[in-house]
Design a protein around this ligand. Structure first.
Ligand code: FE2
Length: 375
């Protein structure tokens, strides 16, 4: 299956405020110290910064992890009273913040508010010896937010309060480079609400849509629309469940996350075979499609640069659109609740999201759902 993508630059980009790219993604988790170890040992991220009681922040501990342009912050509450504790209690480990990097946070926040955003944090100046960061935030679906971060007058590590960590434990990287896209799951009937939010409040454009006939298996269905900012560096597909014979994977997520939230984060690599082989050797678990997928792969997608054998061995999927092809693979959920998972993606010209793989992929997800008793 091919899908036509509307280039955001071709549709009169009208961003409410310019976004340079993803600044960081912050997770609220039950035990950030141990989560950080998982992301270092299994994913090859480096621990580069820390903020917590030892650095004067009393209510939380945050670990800054990095690999190439990718920056994750893992935060845990120190006591039971905070919003962080409430987030973890309701959602389990999950994404709280997908932060935007901007040049003028005050102007960006004001523009978003003028276009109907709900503020989570008014522009706030954070200072230390390395300068100042201005940070604001707006609310999106569920308990999720977009921070808006201006750091042009900051020369420090990350954010004021974070101190550098120089750990003797520095596992090798796995070739992960940057966030390609982040997908949100929202409730039935709410997809278009959030599409309109990204259009009206942030000036994003809908570059691709999938209806429940595109994305359906024998048992379940979903609908999805992809929103992009003007420079294409921020891409947010938004899913909602559609009626099927059994419970949709989106319904399972909404039930266990206790509401809408981030479903998966796709991270780019330049060598998916090498990256996935390394991740697997360190214990990261991936979904498998039946081996029959590979028997007719080249008939479906045409010639590709890679040998099929290692793709089949690892379970890497391939899809083609008008502009090229892409290779992708999906992990199993990375916590006990069947909520957040990751995608590893290598783009070779394609700008789409692998629609040709949806059926095989969703059938793989449904096998896992059935094992959990949730289908
Ligand atoms: Fe994806």
């Amino acid at each position: 299956m091919t899908s036509t993508i509307v280039s955001p630059s071709a549709t009169a980009a009208h961003d409410t405020f310019p976004i340079n790219g993803t600044d960081y993604i912050e997770f609220y988790v039950g035990n950030a110290k141990q989560s950080a170890h998982y992301y270092r040992s299994a994913w090859g991220h480096q621990l580069v910064g820390y903020r917590g009681p030892e650095t004067g922040v009393r209510d939380r501990a945050s670990y800054l992890l990095a690999q190439d342009k990718l920056r994750l912050v893992l935060t845990s509450p120190i006591g039971p009273e905070s919003d962080i504790s409430a987030h973890v209690r309701a959602h389990g480990d999950g994404v709280h913040d997908m932060a935007f990097w901007v040049d003028d946070a005050r102007a960006a926040h004001a523009a978003a508010m003028a276009h109907g955003a709900v503020s989570h944090q008014e522009p706030t100046v954070l200072r230390d010896d390395s300068g100042e960061v201005i940070i604001a935030a707006i609310k999106i679906y569920g308990d999720t937010i977009h921070s808006i971060v201006e750091r042009q007058n900051y020369r420090g590590l990350f954010l004021p309060g974070f101190v550098a960590v120089d750990s003797p434990y520095q596992p090798a990287g796995t070739g992960l480079k940057y966030v390609d896209h982040c997908v949100g799951n929202v409730e039935l009937g709410r997809m278009n609400t959030w599409v309109k939010f990204y259009e009206d409040v942030l000036g994003f454009v809908n570059i691709l849509s999938f209806d429940d006939k595109t994305i359906s298996t024998e048992y379940s269905a979903l609908m999805s629309k992809v929103m992009s900012n003007g420079n294409g560096r921020i891409k947010f597909p938004i899913n909602e469940p559609a009626a099927g014979k059994k419970k949709s994977q989106i319904d399972e997520y909404l039930e266990f996350y206790r509401g809408p939230g981030v479903q998966h984060i796709a991270i780019a690599t330049d060598d998916i075979v090498k990256t996935v082989r390394e991740l697997k050797s360190r214990g990261v678990e991936f979904l498998r499609v039946p081996t029959t997928y590979y028997e007719t792969l080249l008939d479906r997608v045409g010639p590709i640069d890679e040998d099929v054998a290692p793709l089949a061995e690892l379970g890497v999927l391939v899809d083609r659109d008008d502009e090229g092809y892409l290779l992708q693979i999906f992990t199993k959920p990375v916590q006990d609740r069947p909520t957040l998972f990751y995608e590893i993606i290598q783009r070779k010209g394609a700008k789409s999201f692998g629609a040709g793989n949806f059926k095989a992929l969703f059938e793989a997800i449904e096998r896992e759902q059935a094992l959990r008793g949730n289908l």
